[in-house]
Design a protein around this ligand. Sequence first.
Ligand code: NAP
Ligand code: HSE
Length: 451
Amino acid sequence: MLAERPRANEVARPRELSGGAGRSVNIGLLGMGVVGTGLLRALEAKGMRLEPRMGCYVRVKSVLVRDLDKQRELQVAVGLLTTRPEDVLGDPDVDIVVEVMGGEHPALEYILAAIEAGKHVVTADKEVVARHGRQILARAHQFGVQVRFEASVAGGIPIVAPLLRDLAANEVTSIRGIVNGTTNYILTRMAQQGLELGEALAEAQSLGYAEADPAKDVEGTDAACKLSILCALALGAWVKDTEIHREGITGLERRDLEYARELGYAIKLMAAAKNVDGVVYSGVYPALVPEESAIARVDGVLNAVEVETDLAGPLLFTGQGAGPSPTASALMADIIDVTAGTRLSTKAEKKVLYDEPAKVSKVTDLEAEYYLRLAVADKPQRLTDVRRRLRDHGVETSFAMFRELPQTESRVEVVVVTRRVKLDLVQEALSSMEKAGTVLEIGNVLRVEET
Ligand code: NAP
Ligand code: HSE
């Protein structure tokens, strides 16, 4: 079991890590999967070279795993691995706990126990930060330790520190981008090599990009957790990941990607949030992105985050969003800061901690253009019928085309792009068209992203 938590009057003293070359700082690692192994390799390869920067020698004291008998890619010293959390959390010699187990529980309990034992914490776990970040940061303030989570959003891209420190003087009005490497890899392989979703996912898993449960990637929950963190950092709004409109990529067919390309778009899993008159609208959704936009060219495991600011103007951060080395880069940045005693802007941290929860809404409450793929009977008037019916429901269209379906003679597919409209109007129009038999099946409804 865990070490007993100190009571308020016996708060553990936080570790003073800065200063004093030749000192050693001990890391307790929670998890040795893709990310934990990547970090161990990076520490081995670069630890000595980074000593002057960190002002100390970093040593991994213990590593928590579930299964001691598992075959591991990296051999570690006998006795380093443990399945007992108290060997890490209750060890007074451990200065920094690096949590790379993933998930919500017991990660939360272990992080809180580490903080309460006066240890600094570095984590890559977006789920625990998104769902419990406020509580964790408040506890860290109380116990005078640092909690850093650069690796929890967009892999190797520095985005947490820039938002908290470098852009602290700016008002951010919107933030959007691609924040899941697995789904971007899948969509790229489907679009460029014609792979099926399952085949591309298997590749992403073998490259170490996917979550232990890949449903979190393809159903958009991983991206929603990252967006929740970005909303807090960029917009000062704690939007729960469950309050974010969320659609994954499992409903996409390869022909959606083909039709999109014909129309001059790529399809990307977007994560977007914007503040409109004090309300934060957010969503994770596959969208048609104009081919000429920078985001459309972000392929494979790359991620991109676009930030609109008042002083610095628009900014685009891009780089590898998953994988052992980019994630190790972000973890190492946090470890270096903690060992060197560097803090992010405390003013910005306080804003994140103590700002009122924002008024929140879903991105689907804002107007957008929509791409519709509909199966209809193969009749001469099919395009005109569909457009007229949509117009009857207040949905104007800017483009329509039809395509024959392989091995189907009685039906064809109509692809329509609407003008800007709210989603509920589109949905009303489609369900009435389905009832009337104008549409035999709704293939897909996707947002078209503005440039
Ligand atoms: P992973 O390969 O599944 O590794 C998880 C590790 O944690 C394993 O070593 C596992 O032990 C250990 N573990 C899990 N639950 C445990 C428990 N209850 N008690 C003790 N040990 C436990 O996961 P990962 O890909 O490294 O990801 C870890 C975290 O980093 C996740 O939050 C993920 O979202 C985040 N992240 C991942 C990436 C990436 O590219 N993969 C990038 C950025 C952030 P065993 O080895 O014994 O099973
Ligand atoms: N599974 C995540 C992704 C890992 O693919 O983006 C990085 O957070």
